[in-house]
Design a protein around this ligand. Sequence first.
Ligand SMILES: [Zn+2]
Length: 148
Amino acid sequence: MIFFFPVILNDLFKSGRDYQWPKPCSCTRCSGIRLWGHGYVLACFDGFDAPLILKRYRCPDCGCIIRLRPKGYLKRFQASIEAIRSSIQSKVEKGKWIDGISRSRQQHWFKSLVKRIKAYLTDSWQQGILAGFDLFLKSGQIPVSRSI
Ligand SMILES: [Zn+2]
């Protein structure tokens, strides 16, 4: 389970484990309210040379592990949603990738999104690729996930 929380990554980077972590009020699986700290995990994000530390909680009632993730980032993606969306937008509107992120990563996002649109949206989908991105995001899916 993942609990997204608002954070400025720079603050997190500077404070490390001393960061004032939020605590979900209850377990997202069983609604149990006794959440215990369950160590930390490292996660990489664009713009930081070293991995950032993210806190985990464990629910003693159902054994579920809850990982904190910064809001604005997709599960398992180092780039922010905003950066991924700008990349897609730039490709659609100007036919080129954005600067600062490798071409191959941007190609991956784009291809995955197109594949996903073909797989999940009807043939009559006319709103375009970027609208497809927004639609997937709104419905809680990862628009650029490689797995269909
Ligand atoms: Zn639980």
